[in-house]
Ligand binder design. Structure first.
Ligand code: ADP
Ligand code: F6P
Length: 320
């Protein structure tokens, strides 16, 4: 048997650990693995190389993706997907593991449904925005990076008695902000899933200052509001506060994957290879209630995203 693996969309820490896991589990089952470079773009260009179990040595601890990643808008067109399916057939590749986010999963769903290409997805994105799985690869590492930045900001903000708005990534999902905010002891967490009440935010920051807090940390999800707007709205209400800002940006996407992401990647890789070995396709792997699971890709993508309201409430209780 021969399978392919590609990484697509934004990179995420843990993608390399997943590639390594796929190659090693496959090697143990006499399955050949072709690494396809630059996601669907590389697939269309027939850019792939045979991955030996030694070629993935030293990869478990590396951020980024050794296969590189790219965005490939052409893949949304049927004709390009037909070409991709033909390339896989010509290469005698019987299964494809796609490591990426929801866009990448739509691509694999189409390959499966239109041409019967047996595809299995592993969720690789720092955003944690896929509803069918509790966690995606890279989320834990990105949150830890954000927490470490918040710790640093706390030192300097407390020394100067300032407030800081720290913007984190996540696209339309507030999970990075919510988790990093709670773990970093933020006073305010702003997420796209909740409307922002600037009067309430300002009241809280002023109340905190009066109660003796030396600093204020506002963790802002990029999808909630622009940084400038948050600063402007707070300044307009509370000129007595000094507000600064920090945008964490791509720092969150790099770095050595955490233990959790390495373990999750290895477990998901194992399940992905098992599914292909069993001749299955059109499935995505995830983790629910601490158990590795898999689900039909169409059902998985149709699930509405749920916000962890309890966590959001807890954040408010803790930030007094
Ligand atoms: P992510 O996978 O992280 O969500 P993107 O949304 O950028 O990242 O999607 C990655 C790639 O997946 C796109 O560049 C494109 O090649 C492919 N893709 C996205 N949406 C579709 C779609 N509706 N149909 C087919 N392919 C898609
Ligand atoms: O999906 C991962 C992510 O890092 C988002 O959090 C962010 O909005 C986006 O990718 C940035 O994408 P790009 O690499 O195109 O700047």
């Amino acid at each position: 048997m021969r399978i392919g693996v590609l990484t697509s969309g934004g990179d995420a820490p843990g993608m390399n650990a997943a590639i390594r896991g796929i190659v090693r589990v496959a090697a143990g089952n006499d399955i050949e693995v072709f690494g396809i470079e630059r996601g669907y773009k590389g697939l269309l260009a027939n850019e792939m190389l045979l991955l030996s179990k030694r070629s993935v040595s030293g990869m478990i601890q590396r951020g980024g993706t050794m296969l590189m990643t790219a965005r490939c808008p052409e893949f949304e067109q049927y004709e390009y997907r037909r070409q991709a399916a033909e390339i896989l057939t010509n290469r005698r590749i019987d299964g494809l593991v796609v490591i990426g986010g929801d866009g990448s999963f739509h691509g694999m769903e189409a390959l499966w449904k239109e041409f019967g290409v047996r595809c299995v997805g592993i969720p690789g994105t720092i955003d944690n925005d896929l509803a069918y799985t509790d966690f995606t690869l890279g989320f834990d590492t990105a949150v830890n990076t954000a927490v470490s930045a918040i710790n640093n900001l706390r030192d300097t903000m407390s020394s100067h008695e300032r407030v800081v708005v720290v913007q984190v990534m996540g696209r339309h999902c507030g999970d990075i902000a919510l988790y990093a905010g709670i773990a970093g002891g933020a006073e305010v967490i702003l997420v796209p899933e909740h409307p922002i009440d600037y009067d309430e935010v300002s009241r809280k920051l002023v109340g905190n200052k009066k109660a003796g807090k030396q600093s204020g940390i506002i963790v802002l999800a990029e999808g909630a509001a622009p940084v400038d707007e948050v600063i402007r709205e707070i300044n307009a209400r509370t000129p007595e506060l000094t507000v600064r800002s920090t945008v964490l940006g791509y720092i969150q996407r790099g770095g050595a994957p955490s233990m959790s992401d390495r373990l999750l990647a290895s477990k998901m890789a194992y399940r992905a290879v098992e599914l292909l070995k069993e001749g299955k396709g059109g499935r995505v792997v995830g983790i629910r209630d601490n158990h590795i699971m898999d689900e039909d890709v169409t059902e998985a993508l149709a699930r509405p995203r749920r916000v962890e309201e309890n966590l959001y409430k807890l954040a408010n209780l803790l930030s007094i």
